[in-house]
Design a protein around this ligand. Structure first.
Ligand SMILES: Nc1ncnc2c1ncn2[C@@H]1O[C@H](COP(=O)(O)OP(=O)(O)OP(=O)(O)O)[C@@H](O)[C@H]1O
Ligand SMILES: [Zn+2]
Length: 786
């Protein structure tokens, strides 16, 4: 209850006691409003905007962690409860981050508290020193109980995640990831499937003690080395001059650094960062998770001191340690994946996003934000320049550049006048068979590999599908091996000797007999990286072949070990999924082969062509980065498709113009905004019914808004176009109808006008209440359409 004295009234003599104060708190819930609490006297000095608190909330007034977003002395009309605790000594979120997260809640239509919960690492509130942390790890296979005990779905999820991680995880972190309390995981311990142990960890664990580790109070770090002897070429110089001028003037300015692969974009980032650090400010550099290799990190650490690296393998405690160090001004440069966009820098001077087209910047769980878009918004709020770099910019960014919102800086050629590699398209429809059979590697590519290796070069081969056989079926009755929980066919993994669902991880034994008709002639077809590896090993028995995909690279450090060995020439042929396509700089790679360029082209997704172009251009960019030059050989059934033929000509500009034409014609982004709503339930009928209701509610809202917005006379006579409208498309079954035992329906809202789209969304979502057992998700600017 409210224990503070009532606020003095104006007609009474002023009381001794200070006026009562109240704090507005948001919680990790999909709620749009804040809750007011009274601040007890004992907490008066500790409360502050941007701090975390504990307060009684919900059923049974359970102590719940929330975030203070406002402190005031205006007493609310109703009596309110007291705050229990203030958790943070220091303010965790400054004004910019509060504004940014508020904007995210509005734009991505979720609770402000949900955003804050996702943004502030759980480990950040602890004080310095060490703490005991409970870790869990899977029991080794040979020590598992026999027979295996059954597990609940949550436990299954936890086990899978733990296996995928490939190293011990903090129990609390795992519980949070699977959305449970600790009890399902403790249950796994009881069942003998998981081991639990406790360890005291340094709160700054995982961080190397950086030399000259001190707050950046204006002084340039003395050991920031100059760019060692590297002279910028004319294009680089022009780009750098432009950015440098903007850094001199200060203020928001967005640059799109469009530089072909190997054009020296990173050098530009480094100069900009050095300049910002010299000014006593801080820089945030976002890179795709997969690019967070020691090679990349070394490039930054070699040139700047005070580099903090944030990646997704950090424990909560580690992440929290970094967060506090950054907030205390100990980091001049923060390099990290998506979530590093929230790094609590004190004096932000610059944001850089490398490979800005990468889809991994989009978060696929609440809050479903796009790191690039949030970064641009942060740069605006902080009033600092931002540099977005890519060889294949996203069409969203390209469109922004065309509109004049971003300044394009072009690096049209590679450094040291190295040519871009020649790309040869191999039409698979005309490739002859070998020994009566089609192999993954056709005769043309086969010859090219032999020649490249003979000349002492190295080879990279891309196949964007893992596993051995991607299609397991019965030729007699047509039965296809499918996941029990998803509408997805299973992939045969030979090393594991199992059929695996690539979505939910469900596994079953390989089929010897058809479960439908009893036939025993099961066919294993469709090509994955595992099968490609065995074909290559057979064809090139005296060469060292290494596969790189999420199956072989699950252990921490394995990625780097392979890349080091490849650099040292210990591996001749490196094959893998798109993991090998990004950012790697190996001068001795003279041939890049694409096994099947069409893999992602026919997905029901309006970005399929864009993605195909990007991955081809990126993987082609790995060839010929040294003096020996290089070629790219692309096997495809559709060489005439523009995304393939233009990638072959390294012609991004033409591809972008063509694809943007399609997007405009069909009302897709970047011309129209999309919001995707997914309704799911374990009961198909219930999901279908609510999807209909929800879509209906949107149609009504659109209708109302349309009527209200339309000026009288109904048809404007002065030539102004009619007010933009929101269209509702669907509902329909999702392309992957059943996922993880949930039946899924979706529909889309489409509009040229983001404001109207959001108005309609807010209006309907404020009152949308799914029945028990049904859930829905809103995805603003969606990337996944499946
Ligand atoms: N002006 C220059 N002269 C010589 N070498 C340079 C120059 N600028 C950069 N380099 C070197 O060229 C190589 C390629 O540069 P960098 O990796 O920055 O290219 P990039 O544009 O980022 O490529 P990608 O998009 O393929 O990742 C690096 O080893 C870099 O040190
Ligand atoms: Zn599945």
């Amino acid at each position: 209850m409210n224990g503070t004295p009532p606020a003095p009234q104006s007609d009474l003599p002023v009381l001794e006691a200070p006026p009562a104060i109240f704090a507005d708190i948001v919680f990790d819930r999909p709620l749009d409003h804040a809750y007011t609490y009274a601040v007890p006297d004992t907490l008066r000095d500790r409360i502050g905007v941007g701090k975390r608190v504990e307060a009684p909330f919900g059923q049974g007034n359970k102590g719940t962690i929330g975030y203070c977003i406002r402190v005031s002395d205006a007493a609310p009309a109703r009596q309110v409860k007291d705050l229990t605790r203030v958790l943070d000594d220091e303010v965790m979120l400054d004004d910019h981050l509060l504004k940014l997260t508020r904007w995210m809640a509005d734009y991505y239509l979720c609770g402000w508290g949900q955003v804050l919960h996702a943004v502030v690492p759980a480990g950040a509130r602890e004080n310095a020193g060490t703490k005991a942390v409970t870790f869990v790890e899977p029991i080794p296979k040979d020590q598992l109980p026999n027979p295996l005990p059954s597990v609940t779905p949550k436990q299954k999820q936890a086990l899978d995640r733990l296996k995928k991680e490939g190293r011990p995880m903090e129990l609390n972190q795992l519980a949070r990831i699977v959305g449970s309390g600790p009890s399902p995981i403790n249950g796994l311990v009881g069942k003998g499937l998981v081991r639990k142990y406790s360890e005291r960890v340094d709160r700054f664990a995982g961080e190397e003690p950086a030399e000259g580790d001190q707050p950046a109070d204006g002084a340039a770090p003395e050991d920031a080395k100059p760019a060692a002897g590297l002279v910028l070429n004319a294009d680089q110089q022009r780009a750098w001059d432009t950015i440098n001028a903007a850094l001199g003037v200060g203020g928001y300015h967005a640059f799109l650094l469009h530089g072909v692969t190997g054009s020296g974009k990173t050098e530009i980032y480094l100069r900009a960062i050095e300049e910002v650090v010299k000014q006593g400010k801080e820089a945030i550099v976002l890179v795709p998770e997969i690019s967070l290799t020691p090679q990349t990190i070394q490039r930054f650490k070699g040139r700047c001191s005070g580099v903090a690296v944030l990646h997704s393998h950090l424990t909560d405690a580690e992440r929290g340690g970094y967060w506090r160090r950054i907030a205390a001004g100990y980091a001049q440069v923060v390099v990290g994946a998506r979530s590093a966009v929230f790094a609590p820098t004190r004096k932000l001077g610059l944001i850089v996003i490398d490979e800005e087209h990468e889809n991994s910047f989009k978060q696929e769980s609440t809050p479903r934000y796009h790191g690039r878009d949030v970064a641009v918004m942060r740069a605006r709020l902080a009033d600092v320049p931002i540099v977005l770099g890519s060889a294949t910019p996203s069409l969203e960014s390209w469109h922004n550049a065309e509109k004049g919102a971003y300044t394009v800086l072009d690096l049209p050629s590679r450094v040291e006048n190295r040519p871009l590699p020649l790309v040869k398209l191999v039409d698979l429809r005309h490739e002859p068979k070998t020994r009566g059979k089609h192999f993954a590697i056709g005769p043309t590519l086969d010859t090219a590999i032999r020649n490249a290796l003979k000349a002492g070069g190295q080879v990279m081969l891309l196949l964007n599908r893992r596993g051995y056989s991607t299609h397991v079926h019965c030729p007699a009755c047509g039965h296809v091996a499918q996941c029990q929980h998803c509408d997805l066919s299973l992939t045969f993994h030979r090393t594991k000797a199992a059929l695996v669902c690539h979505y939910c991880g469900w596994e079953t034994l390989p089929l010897v007999q058809c479960p439908a008709c009893g036939q025993s002639a099961i066919r294993y077809q469709g090509l994955g990286t595992e099968k490609l590896q065995s074909e290559i090993e057979e064809k090139f028995p005296d060469r060292v072949v290494q596969r790189m995909d999420s199956d072989t690279m699950s252990k921490p450090g394995s990625h780097q070990r392979v890349l080091d060995a490849f650099r040292d020439g210990l591996i001749h042929i490196l094959l893998g999924t798109q993991m090998i396509a990004k950012g790697l700089d190996f001068p001795n790679v003279t041939l890049v082969g694409v096994i099947n360029a069409d893999v992602g082209l026919h997905l029901p997704d309006f970005r399929a062509a864009e993605r195909t172009f990007q991955i081809l251009a990126q993987v082609a960019g790995r060839a010929g980065r040294g003096d020996k030059g290089g070629t790219v050989m692309v096997q495809t059934f559709t060489p005439e498709h523009p995304c393939i033929s233009l990638a072959g000509k390294h012609d991004f500009v033409k591809f972008a113009a063509l694809e943007l034409g399609h997007r405009r014609q069909h009302g897709y982004p970047p011309y129209h905004r999309l919001a995707r709503l997914i309704v799911r339930s374990e009961k198909e009928d219930a999901a279908a019914k609510f999807a209909d209701q929800l879509a209906g509610a949107f149609r009504e809202a659109v209708h109302r808004a349309g009527r209200a917005a339309r000026p009288a006379p109904l048809l404007p006579t002065d030539g102004t176009p009619p007010a933009p409208v929101v269209r509702v498309l669907g509902p329909a079954e999702c392309p992957v109808f059943k996922l993880n035992d949930y039946y899924r329906f979706h529909f889309q809202l489409q509009s040229e006008n983001s404001g109207q789209l959001h108005e309609v969304l807010r209006e309907v979502l404020a009152v949308a209440k799914p029945p028990y057992g049904v859930e829905f998700q809103v995805d603003v600017d969606p990337y996944s359409m499946l």
